[in-house]
Design a protein around this ligand. Structure first.
Ligand SMILES: *[C@@H]1O[C@H](CO)[C@@H](O)[C@H](O)[C@H]1NC(C)=O
Ligand SMILES: *[C@@H]1O[C@H](CO)[C@@H](O)[C@H](O)[C@H]1NC(C)=O
Ligand SMILES: *[C@@H]1O[C@H](CO)[C@@H](O)[C@H](O)[C@H]1NC(C)=O
Ligand SMILES: *[C@@H]1O[C@H](CO)[C@@H](O)[C@H](O)[C@H]1NC(C)=O
Ligand SMILES: *[C@@H]1O[C@H](CO)[C@@H](O)[C@H](O)[C@H]1NC(C)=O
Ligand SMILES: *[C@@H]1O[C@H](CO)[C@@H](O)[C@H](O)[C@H]1NC(C)=O
Length: 425
């Protein structure tokens, strides 16, 4: 009797362990595969105020920083679309319903048509180029596939060098033409002059710098981005895709190219994607760095835009966005501004295939997570080098290793637990 009870208990215990181990496996797979954010999202105090319920609930809840955000939540009148936000067709429908209202006070008067808007020639715009690489694209052996536009400042030499050695390496996907362009304005004063000399030297060496004669400041980021669009439109109009990003971002170039852009397919047109920010409202707090004066943007909601830490678009859009910008009042928030130009063109950014691809915060590093994302934000140049090399060394089995490590750790915990139980009995 006793034997039988004990025997059956042992079985039950074994079964219990087996089941919990399976549970743990399922848990692990989720943990390993889904990148989690660490640190604060970039939009803790992002230029905008959160103004709708348009981010999927999972994203909203998992980030867990809700109370820390300095946003005002604006109650929105419930609209049909609220229940259907995740499906792209319905986003389009919502956009049709409400999307254009913001524009009325801005530039209601102008309308761009294919003939008058995009046919004309464009020039360098209001600021002449100080450093340019007009032949870089034409000289490229392969047909250019991707232009990387990277916003940087003169002093960030280290960051530029790290990018050259890592994700911005133009031969990282050797069969395709990749073109790396750093975007810079000009600094004032003596330091500015010194930096300018060094920049000229750097440019002669690497041929990847373009610079126009505007003051390089946070508030002029929009001008910097437009310079990039202008360069693509003027000097590389045949490129299939363009990515605009910052110098402190980790970009998984290979994943971007093979998993999102698919060079084997016909290049898309009117395509724009990134970390979609939908339903955000202007920040009206005068003390905020991101204050948007109502006279500059009277609307109560921005059109969908993509976080400036990394967005990707089809090459044809460079020209269209640049043309649109000639009739849209400049705002200092670069990503919002590009979103407004897109809205003016009637183009809604495409949601990325999954919401873990474009991270405008820093994702904690693991080779598994980093082999399945496109951007992660907030890197020191040394970290870029370190993580890039780790990822290159382990990319063929990025997730198997991570999985084994976790499973091993868990297994040993379990074994310890078992011995402890046995001891206490
Ligand atoms: C999100 O969190 C809030 C409060 O923390 C909770 O009330 C709500 O049910 C959660 N939603 C989901 C989908 O988990
Ligand atoms: C949501 O979308 C589905 C199909 O896309 C549609 O049948 C349904 O009516 C929509 N619901 C609302 C509330 O719009
Ligand atoms: C409307 O457009 C016309 C010509 O395109 C321009 O002359 C006029 O100043 C514009 N009006 C406003 C209010 O912007
Ligand atoms: C760029 O990548 C290629 C191919 O992986 C490599 O041979 C080359 O050394 C890299 N260049 C730099 C500057 O790291
Ligand atoms: C932007 O650049 C222009 C041209 O150099 C300059 O006049 C202006 O002051 C700059 N704006 C800001 C806010 O820095
Ligand atoms: C691959 O990952 C292991 C374990 O994290 C690490 O020790 C090794 O240095 C990595 N390989 C390369 C080439 O970085």
């Amino acid at each position: 009797m006793q034997w039988r009870r004990r025997h059956c208990c042992t079985h039950a215990v074994k079964l219990f362990y087996l089941l919990s181990f399976l549970g743990v496996l399922v848990f692990l797979v989720h943990q390993v595969w889904l990148p989690r954010s660490t640190g604060m999202p970039r939009w803790k105090g992002h230029p905008v105020v959160y103004g709708g319920l348009h981010i999927t609930r999972a994203k909203w809840n998992t980030s867990g920083h809700r109370s820390a955000w300095r946003f005002v939540i604006i109650p929105r009148p419930t609209s049909l679309a609220d229940n259907n936000v995740t499906s792209p067709e319905n986003v389009g429908a919502l956009y049709q319903q409400t999307g254009l209202s913001f524009e009325d006070p801005l530039a209601a008067n102008t309308s761009i048509t294919e003939q008058e808007g995009f046919g004309g020639t464009i020039n360098h715009g209001p600021f002449p180029y100080i450093i340019n690489e007009p032949n870089k694209c034409a000289k490229n052996r392969a047909t250019p596939f991707l232009v990387l536009l990277i916003a940087t400042e003169a002093r960030q030499v280290e960051a530029r060098n790290a990018i050259r050695l890592t994700w911005g390496n133009e031969s990282v996907v050797s069969a395709l033409g990749i073109i790396r362009i750093f975007l810079l304005g000009k600094k004032d004063g003596e330091l500015g002059l010194l930096q300018q000399k060094m920049l000229q030297t750097e440019s002669r060496r690497h041929h990847d710098i373009i610079q126009q004669d505007f003051l390089d400041s946070y508030k002029n980021l929009t001008i910097k981005t437009l310079m990039g669009m202008n360069w693509v439109a003027m000097h590389c109009p045949q490129v299939s895709y363009v990515m605009k990003t910052d110098s402190d971002v980790f970009v998984n170039t290979e994943y971007l190219i093979h998993k999102l852009l698919h060079p084997e397919l016909k290049p898309k047109k009117n395509y724009f994607t990134g970390n979609n920010m939908r339903g955000f409202a202007p920040n009206r707090n005068k003390k905020s760095k991101w204050y948007m004066p109502p006279e500059h943007y009277p609307g109560d909601k921005y059109p969908t835009f993509c976080s400036g830490t990394g967005y990707v678009f089809s090459g044809d859009l460079a020209r269209k966005i640049y043309r649109a910008s000639l009739t849209v009042r400049h705002l200092h928030l670069e990503d919002v501004y590009v979103g407004i130009c897109l809205a003016k063109l009637g183009i809604e950014p495409t949601p990325p295939p999954n919401e873990f691809l474009f991270n405008h915060w820093r994702v904690s590093y693991s080779s598994c997570k980093y082999s399945h994302l496109i951007t992660s934000h907030g890197f020191h140049p040394n970290e870029l080098l370190k993580y890039w090399h780790h990822l290159q060394g382990n990319k063929s089995n990025a997730c198997i290793n991570a999985f084994k490590k976790r499973a091993g750790r868990l297994h040993s915990n379990r074994m310890n637990g078992e011995t402890m139980n046995a001891d206490s009995q």
